[in-house]
Design a protein around this ligand. Structure first.
Ligand code: C2O
Ligand code: CU
Ligand code: CU
Length: 426
């Protein structure tokens, strides 16, 4: 904490060398590290100050994905950090407990900068929920899942392109590690999954098909644990799960191609299966409490409170027929108003939709009530071909007539190609 009571993080973006395969160094980027960056953590109500020094030879940015903050602190394309410069955003954490993340967002170069290794988790804490595992690194573990191409064990720092959705790799890294395992010492473990990949959609499940509970989505806890056997995540999305283990057992968390639009993904090499993580339970385990029946209050944003509905069709690297143009504002929304954004993939391809600053609720998926995994706070959704989703969001607290926030497809190749727009809150 500094003298003003702010929680201060000093971060340095730098180049490095990482051996994903021993004896085969790759040129990578990281934040205070050769690859990826530290988990940042702050409490709701706390004021934070992050000093981000750019130690690489390209201009980049650092964006706080999922964070509710003023647009000048957002770290999008309008907050470039020149080589050698330091950018110091400060804001008050004002949202429920959640697993957020940070990554670069320079216009047209996000895919490459993320691919080289710039990303990390940003955990927001609130009053602990009794019964939820919460000891970081012991029974509460973040997993940053990324596919990468390793040619002869080496990563090409210039992200290669393939397929229509963008880059798909042939190896899986979890927290920057190839083929990881985790020793578990408790009867229940909480995994905070982040799809930090450029384009790949995962459908996570345990090899033995065991059930687990999803407890949180992008922007915080669900109202109650959702019992399931798999969880699908598109690039940018997060889910927290809790799984039970018995002493001495081993179980592998796997990923397969998603059920939605599977044929399309397969054409792009997205149908591959990967082992994500092996959980190795110790011979004796400490008892974890039962999961609570109730996790969080999730007051619904009712549709009738929306002042307007906007529609966004994503197709062929455009949103509503237009590419990102820094000189054009695509939407002006009123501060302290609620809107419905109706989003649709219109070109037979998988897309995603992400909005900065807000966490939204899914009102409907093709006019049906959203499934339990989409019932909580979200900032990114997967849009299978032809699917139409109605999202409701409230634009509160921050207005700025000059600095826009972004909305875009989080398939990073699409984003860099211009599948992005900007909105002002006035
Ligand atoms: Cu995860 Cu506009 O970003
Ligand atoms: Cu974002
Ligand atoms: Cu897209």
């Amino acid at each position: 904490l500094d003298s003003a009571g702010r929680r201060v993080f000093d971060l340095r973006i730098r180049a490095g060398q990482r051996e994903f395969v021993s004896g085969r160094p790759s040129s990578t980027w990281g934040v205070d590290s050769d690859y990826l960056g530290p988990t940042l953590r702050a409490r709701r109500g706390e004021r934070v100050l992050v000093n981000v020094a750019n130690g690489v030879d390209e201009t980049t940015t650092l964006h706080w994905h999922g964070m509710h903050l003023p647009p000048e602190m957002d770290g999008g394309p309008y907050q470039p950090i020149e080589p050698g410069a330091t950018w110091s955003p400060t804001w008050t954490i004002d949202q429920p407990a959640a697993s957020l993340w940070y990554h670069p967002h320079p216009h047209g170069r996000t895919a490459r900068h993320l691919y080289r290794g710039l990303a990390g988790m940003f955990l927001v804490d609130d009053n602990p929920v009794p019964g939820l595992p919460h000891r970081y690194g012991i029974d509460d573990v973040p997993l940053i899942v990324q596919d990468r191409r390793l040619d002869g064990g080496r990563l090409d720092p210039d992200e290669p392109m393939s397929g229509t959705t963008g880059f798909l790799g042939d190896h899986l890294l979890v927290n920057g590690i190839l083929g990881p395992y985790l020793e578990v010492t408790t009867t229940r473990i909480r995994l905070r999954l982040l799809n930090g990949s450029n384009a790949r959609v995962y459908d996570f499940a345990f090899a033995d098909g065991r059930p687990f509970a999803q407890i949180a989505s992008d922007g915080g806890l669900l109202s109650a644990p959702h019992g399931t056997r798999h969880v699908q995540l598109a690039p940018g999305e997060r889910a927290e799960i809790v799984v039970a283990l018995t002493p001495g057992e081993r179980v592998v968390l796997r990923s397969a191609s998603p059920a939605t639009g599977a044929g399309l993904v397969q054409r792009d090499g997205g149908a591959d299966r990967f082992d994500v993580l092996e959980l190795r339970a110790a011979p004796t385990l400490t008892n974890s409490p039962e999961l609570p029946d109730h996790l969080a209050a999730l007051p619904p944003l009712p549709a009738h409170t929306a002042v307007r509905t906007r529609t966004f069709e994503l197709a062929e690297h455009h949103i509503n027929g237009r590419k990102m143009d820094p000189r054009r504002i695509d939407a002006r929304v009123g501060k302290d108003t609620t809107e419905i954004w109706e989003v649709r993939s219109g070109d037979g391809t998988l897309h995603t939709f992400h909005v900065h600053d807000v966490q939204f609720q899914v009102l409907s998926v093709d006019d049906r009530k959203p499934p339990p995994e989409l019932s909580g706070w979200k900032d990114t959704v997967l849009l299978p071909p032809g699917t139409r989703m109605r999202l409701i969001m409230r634009f509160a607290d921050y207005a700025d007539p000059h600095r826009p926030y972004m909305f875009h497809c989080h398939m990073l190749y699409h984003e860099d190609q211009g599948m992005m727009g900007q909105f002002l809150v006035l």
